[in-house]
Design a protein around this ligand. Structure first.
Ligand code: G4P
Length: 541
């Protein structure tokens, strides 16, 4: 922070505390912390790369991920990531843009996404949702969207690949409204698509942005459009203008309030590859996206400009760099000022720890950071004292941020050690990985077997890899498959009602639940035993 730029009269008229608050406020107001969500192949990497170019974080396209060139994502620390050429861990990209401090949290975009992908969404203030205009809304987008909706996170939509023939814009908006149940407000309107793509009507800036087939864009104010005879005379242009008129008459009103509540999503059409409409999108996004907000805690709401430093851990990653066998905890700063070397208290245990090894995790190098404010994400060395969801506090305060939600596992497997002599290491490994939040553990009621639950297949691969490399245990899986978990009230548990198909298990708190084979089995059971309550802990709303 640049203290010298503050005029002297302000400096002398305020005491140190006020000055501190002002500095923090100023920094918080610059922060834009968001994640990009999409289904694989919608264009997340391509778009992210463009944003990093605007932020001068990279110099040329193709550095983030080159499927063909054999280069790997910035976050490829683990061997397994390299082997598969995908990003397992969510990393953070940070740069300044137009006076804002931008933090982009990467969410694994591969089909095998994990709970970390979901948890990342608890650490952001807004989300950019990319939809492939040729495909519409896809499965993974729906899952991630639901989490955003549940948490009221503002969502900005970028409909990508307008340079290809895709679905009609009106149809896409309808799909978003119906499938995702959110109002849409098109910030721009495309004229044509694919080979007939002429550009977009920018409703926000009241200008037509002409697509020239390359990175160049021409801007024509609406009131000067009629002079562009060549453009205006094209049927595609005329049709789009009529459509826009329709949208202006019949569509929802723009409401920044509704956007910030997560009830309306501003929609931008463009092409990440061309690129076209990306910079306009980003500029608008930066001006509309929210700064870090106050967060709920056990002691009420904590303001981001509160002088006391606080934050919470949303992810713990072990052995990202094989050269250092360490764990790194990802901390989202929620208030105050972080300074390297400061001491913080873990709210859960009361333990005080000096944070000397803070890192900002950008690209493949770890840069040390000296200070951070609400909205920033820092990686801190974890001497095995943190848990996911832990609150860290810099002062005397005693509070904890709201618990991080658990997400429903979708795939279940029984796990055993290949070598029975390794039972001790096996248990230790499972215990630690489960505590870290890498995977969820259940115990079979009949046979005390170890049953793992994960959001994606990849978590199993990572689990297997880490058990072998960190605990020297080879594990075997027996697939149980996709299941629907429902919890039981303790007094209603009757083990004779369950078998392999509807499996009775216990969770880590010794609560009973049933893993139903499918919707059909669940409904059949409900019909047969209407008095037994089946509790869905993961219900949205
Ligand atoms: P992801 O991270 O969401 O998985 O998507 P990614 O950016 O890797 O994009 C997936 C594919 O879609 C890539 O092609 C990419 O070039 C293409 N793509 C992204 N944005 C656009 C766009 O605006 N228009 C068009 N026409 N294509 C786009 P690929 O052939 O699968 O990969 P690559 O080998 O070319 O990188």
């Amino acid at each position: 922070t640049n203290v010298n730029k503050i005029p002297n009269e302000i400096k002398t008229n305020t005491n140190e505390g006020d000055f501190m608050t002002m500095t923090i406020q100023k920094e918080v107001n610059k922060r834009k912390t968001f994640a990009i969500i999409s289904h694989p192949d919608a264009g997340k990497t391509t778009l992210t790369e463009k944003l990093l170019l605007y932020g001068n974080l990279i110099r040329s396209a193709g550095t983030v991920k080159g499927k063909k060139s054999g280069k790997f994502a910035t976050s490829d620390w683990m061997e397994i990531e390299k082997q598969r050429g995908i990003s397992v861990t969510s990393s953070v990209m940070n740069f300044s843009y137009q006076g804002a401090q931008v933090n982009i949290l990467d969410t694994p975009g591969h089909e095998d996404f994990s709970e970390d992908t979901y948890r990342t969404l608890t650490a952001v203030d807004s989300v950019v949702m990319i939809i492939d205009g040729t495909k519409g809304i896809e499965a993974q987008t729906i899952k991630l969207f639901k989490v955003c909706r549940m948490r009221g996170i503002p969502i900005f939509t970028f409909i990508n690949k307008m340079d290809r023939e895709g679905k009609e814009p009106l149809e896409l908006l309808e799909e978003i409204e119906e499938v995702l149940d959110i109002e849409t407000y098109p910030m721009n309107w495309p004229a044509g698509m694919g080979k007939r793509f002429l550009g977009i009507f920018d409703r926000y800036e009241k200008q037509f942005v002409k697509f020239n087939g390359n990175e160049e864009e021409t801007y024509i104010p609406f009131h000067e459009l009629d002079q562009e005879v060549e453009l205006v005379s094209q049927p595609t242009f005329e049709a789009a203008r009529d459509e826009l008129e329709l949208v202006e008459e019949a569509g929802d009103e723009f409401s920044l309030d509704a956007i910030l509540q997560g009830e309306q999503t501003p929609v931008f059409f463009g092409s990440a590859l061309a690129p076209f409409g990306v910079q306009t999108f980003f500029d608008t996004f930066i001006s509309l996206a929210p700064n870090p907000k106050p967060r709920k805690s056990t002691e009420g709401v904590i303001q981001p400009d509160n002088q006391e430093f606080s934050g919470f851990i949303f992810k713990i990653q072990a052995n990202m760099n094989p050269a250092h066998r360490d764990r790194v905890a990802f901390l989202r700063v929620c208030s105050g000022k972080f300074e390297r070397g400061m001491s913080v208290k873990v709210a859960r245990t009361g333990k005080v720890i000096k944070l000397s090894q803070s890192q900002q995790i950008v690209a493949s190098t770890r840069d040390t950071i000296d200070e951070a404010y609400a909205g920033d994400i820092i990686g801190i060395y974890d001497p095995n004292v943190y848990q996911i969801g832990d609150t860290l506090i810099g002062g005397k305060g005693k509070f904890e941020y709201d618990e991080l939600p658990q997400f429903p596992p979708e795939i279940y497997k029984k796990v055993t050690a290949k070598n029975v002599m390794k039972a001790k290491q096996f248990r230790k490994g499972i215990e630690q990985l489960v505590q870290e939040g890498a995977i969820q553990l259940f115990r079979g009621h009949r046979d005390e077997s170890f049953i793992l639950g994960a959001v994606g297949e990849l978590q199993y691969e990572v689990f297997q890899y880490r058990m072998k490399n960190e605990y020297n245990v080879e594990v075997l899986f027996e697939t149980i498959g996709e299941r629907i978990p429902r919890w039981l009230n303790r007094e209603q548990v009757d083990p004779s009602l369950f078998d392999e198909r509807n499996l009775l298990v216990r969770d880590r708190e010794d609560n009973f639940l049933v893993l139903f084979r499918n919707e059909f089995a669940l409904n059949w059971f409900k019909d047969k035993h209407p008095k037994i309550d089946l509790i869905d802990l993961f219900e949205v709303n």
